[in-house]
Design a protein around this ligand. Structure first.
Ligand code: SF4
Length: 351
């Protein structure tokens, strides 16, 4: 048994030592986030490099392997949960329907914002910084009113649907470094439910629709997104809207395929089907993203981190992307479901 598991078993409180360690890690990651935000606003080229070309490319793999680590240290979560940690939140409870609506809005927001990277954010650190600040503002307001992670981290955060899709079979359960006690504020709690996925359990039609859109639509959306160059001079509305064309074509194609397959396959094949779509989405992301980070992308310097074109052969990157694809299919589809949640549920508390 690992040290982490020894420190924190299901239903236990975190030991003072573990709390201290997690607070230090949260503070360190929060500082990194703050530095990136300052760079985005005041040194945009550096901020864009740090945010879009280092932090964001790491995130999908982290969601697949250890979603709980990110849930514990996400700097946005640390900020918006501050009112709750400081006893300043009204700790209201959202109804299932409200939670379902927030989940659906989160998915739609994701599909609206991500293509705008090509039109605005990939080349504009200030705009990216303002986007992050607006998310902090909305999340913080929600944090003042609603219990723990219910409203933002498990509700309106546009990254959360991706966590649920990719984080269906994590390596191990982390201790919950935010909720002191479980107030059962989200049902089912994505953090504390074993092998949660984007589709099940389906509580309302809003949950059903959001699960359907993210699971079926994301792989094609990612494929389409990588077939659009960054636009540096948006002068017309049609150029602006053109950044949506390929992502939406891909989104519609895989969503239709998912709907057909899930309606003809027997119920016992539903989970493997979700895993195939999740593995396809994350594999597709790295299939295109890794080469573009190192100068082998289809659109010149778009998304470039370090140009290795004259230093490494292209087949090396082909080998890497084949390896990452095999890894994600193994991890999400072939590997046995291990009944682990992202984090361990703390003991229940009384309101
Ligand atoms: S662990 Fe409990 S209190 Fe924390 S987010 Fe999940 S349901 Fe809410």
């Amino acid at each position: 048994m690992s040290a982490t598991e020894l420190d924190f078993k299901s239903g236990d409180q975190l030991s003072p030592r573990s709390i201290l360690i997690w607070r230090i890690v949260q503070a360190a990651v929060w500082l990194v986030g703050a530095v990136i935000l300052v760079c985005l606003l005041f040194f945009p080229p550096v901020g864009v490099l740090l945010f879009w070309n280092i932090l964001i490319p790491v995130a999908p793999a982290l969601f697949v392997v250890a979603t709980g680590v990110w849930r514990n240290v996400c700097p946005l979560a640390t900020t918006i949960l501050l009112p709750r940690h400081l006893g300043l939140s009204k700790r209201k409870r959202l109804s299932l329907k409200q939670l379902g609506k927030l989940n659906l809005i989160a998915v739609i927001t994701l599909f609206v914002i991500v293509p705008l990277r090509h039109a605005v954010f990939n080349n504009n650190g200030t705009a990216t910084g303002l986007l992050i600040i607006s998310m902090v503002f909305v999340g913080l307001i929600m944090g003042f009113f609603y219990e723990w992670k219910s409203a933002w981290c498990s509700g309106l955060c546009p990254v959360h649907p991706v966590e649920k899709l990719y984080g269906a079979n994590v390596f191990m359960s982390m201790p919950n470094a935010h909720c002191h006690q479980c107030m059962n504020c989200v049902v089912p709690c994505p953090d504390s439910t074993s092998n949660i996925n984007a589709v099940h359990p389906t509580k309302t039609n809003y949950h059903l629709l959001s699960g359907l859109l993210i699971t079926g639509g994301l792989p094609g959306f990612i494929w389409g997104w990588f077939h659009v160059p960054d636009e540096t001079t948006i002068t017309t509305v049609s150029t602006f809207l053109s950044v949506y064309k390929m992502p939406m074509i891909g989104f519609s194609a895989t969503l239709l395929l998912y709907v057909i397959l899930s309606s003809v396959l027997r119920p016992q094949f539903e989970r493997p089907l979700i895993s195939i779509f999740a593995a396809s989405g994350v594999s597709c992301y790295y299939w295109y993203r890794i080469p573009s980070l190192f100068g082998f992308g289809d659109f010149g310097e778009d998304g470039l981190l370090l140009n290795l074109q004259n230093k490494l052969p292209e087949w090396g990157f082909t080998a890497i992307t084949i390896t990452t694809t095999l890894f994600f299919f193994y991890w999400l589809l072939i590997r046995k479901q291990n009944n682990r949640s992202w984090v361990i549920r703390p003991q229940y508390g009384n309101k």
